[in-house]
Ligand binder design. Structure first.
Ligand SMILES: Cc1cc2nc3c(=O)[nH]c(=O)nc-3n(C[C@H](O)[C@H](O)[C@H](O)COP(=O)(O)OP(=O)(O)OC[C@H]3O[C@@H](n4cnc5c(N)ncnc54)[C@H](O)[C@@H]3O)c2cc1C
Length: 420
């Protein structure tokens, strides 16, 4: 059976990998000249099994109101005239109900735990190198009120087999000595030793090269314009090739992994994917003083900023803007991230050589990805991973491959799509 994977970001490439492993004949289509060039290009680098809590939680609406008008707000809403934005925002508010937040958190934690296992197995099987570090993630709290929630978070994670322990400020500095200068401001932390970090773009490219080397067909610089369908069956993907010619790519089944752009493509088929772009920013800068730069991946819970050491570089990422499909890099956002680095790790990086980036997280209101069968006979989804696309990539793709083989879903507690 020939399966066509639409999109070659981290999600599409891992989907192609696991489908190939399951014995499918697979091809991949993407408008870019190579894999991982859109949202998977310069994310925070965290394999953050220990952060299943979605943005949509009972405190979020009040936080957003408090941040209104602030340029450095961790989550900023720039209203557009797009009804899809308003609908998404309304659904986001609904997901903030306590029982929905709890359900979403548990579903993500279950998928994350499985995904961590899948990543470790894939790495053992392939020996892929992508500036990975298996040193865990340390969540930092700079306010006693936030730190007070750490024990409950640790308990939830432990229920899903994700190791996490609460640390006082001294233990945080022992885990990551580059935090020594922050000791006085730090309330404490939550350390998840099984978490990892690494360059998602390098991973995606290495995996795509293995697949290409093994004979898998990638249609690069090929824009998907429409999915042709009749009677609930997708007949082909109508595309424009690199020379501007239109054509139809045929397959027996199609998997949508198109990031923020999939929802518009499948809407004419009656599929309502609740995915909308949430822009985020990162900065990647060379480390100039290794003793001052962290090796352990960090999450500053008070500022919603993460950082990961990628070889000789430090990647710092964060912020969220509900801003439509606009990918403009706003200087004030980059300045905020660089100021954070200068304050937390003075002298660690060279800001003059920092490379700024912005990408669109394909976000669902509750941060639950859409994985499984569409309403169409031969349409499948693995998309909408929002803030956790790198973390959940291997597990989501492996789960989809199981479902497409007609086997049981490998993760209990996760609401896989079952079609019409
Ligand atoms: C600032 C920031 C920090 C982040 N940090 C982390 C982190 O630390 N850990 C984590 O787990 N996640 C993180 N994420 C989230 C993660 O990066 C995303 O969830 C993930 O990259 C999404 O991957 P994707 O494959 O679904 O989308 P993409 O990488 O965007 O891939 C979609 C592909 O579809 C192609 N495409 C789209 N439309 C068409 C079309 N019409 N025709 C042909 N091709 C098309 C695109 O070219 C693209 O290659 C972060 C995101 C941001 C923005």
């Amino acid at each position: 059976m020939h399966v066509m994977v639409l999109g070659a970001g981290i999600t599409g490439v891992t989907t192609a990998w696991y489908l190939r492993q399951a014995g499918f004949d697979v091809s991949v289509v993407d408008r870019q000249a190579a894999s991982g060039l859109e949202t998977s290009f310069a994310n925070g680098g965290q394999i953050s099994l220990s952060h299943p809590e979605p943005w949509a939680n009972p405190a979020a609406p009040w936080q957003v109101l408090r941040w209104l008008g602030r340029d450095d707000a961790p989550l900023k809403i720039r209203p557009t005239t797009d009804p899809a934005q308003w609908l998404w925002a309304a659904r986001f508010v609904r997901e903030c109900l306590p029982w929905r937040t709890r359900r979403n958190t548990e579903a993500i934690a279950a998928l994350a735990a499985w995904s961590g296992e899948c990543l470790r197995r894939l790495r053992a099987d392939t020996g892929l190198q992508y500036d990975q570090l298996e040193r865990g993630i340390l969540h930092l709290f700079f306010s006693p009120a936030e730190y007070a929630h750490a024990p409950a978070r640790a308990a939830l994670l432990q229920r899903f087999g994700i190791e996490a322990r609460v640390c006082d400020a001294d233990e945080c500095v022992a885990i990551e000595p580059a935090l020594a200068a922050q000791r006085a401001q730090l309330s404490g932390g939550l350390y998840a030793p099984g978490d990892e970090s690494g360059d998602a773009f390098r991973f995606t490219q290495e995996l795509a090269q293995r697949l290409q080397g093994g004979g898998m067909r990638f249609h690069w610089r090929t824009e998907i314009r429409r999915l042709a369908h009749s009677g609930g069956l997708i007949n082909g993907a109508e595309v424009r090739d690199p020379d501007g010619r239109s054509g139809m790519l045929k397959a027996d089944a199609f998997v949508v992994c198109l990031g923020s752009h999939g929802a518009r493509l499948v809407a004419p088929l009656g599929e309502r994917l609740p995915i909308y772009p949430v822009k985020g920013y990162s900065v990647t800068a060379p480390v100039v003083d290794p003793a001052r730069a962290p090796m352990v991946s960090l999450t500053d819970e008070s500022r919603r900023i993460v950082c990961s050491r990628l070889g000789e570089r430090l990647r710092i990422a964060g912020t969220a803007e509900l801003n439509g499909f606009d990918t403009t890099i706003r200087p004030e956002r980059i300045r905020g991230i660089l100021d954070w680095a200068a304050q937390r790790f003075p002298g660690a990086i060279d800001p003059a050589q920092a490379v700024p980036w912005a990408g669109l997280r394909p976000a669902t209101p509750g941060n639950l990805p859409v994985i499984g069968k569409g309403r169409g006979v031969n349409l499948w989804f693995n998309t909408g991973h929002g803030t956790l696309g790198w973390t959940l990539a291997c597990g989501s793709a492996a789960a989809l491959a199981e479902l497409m083989c007609g086997r049981r879903a490998p993760v209990e507690h996760f609401p896989f799509r079952r079609g019409a």
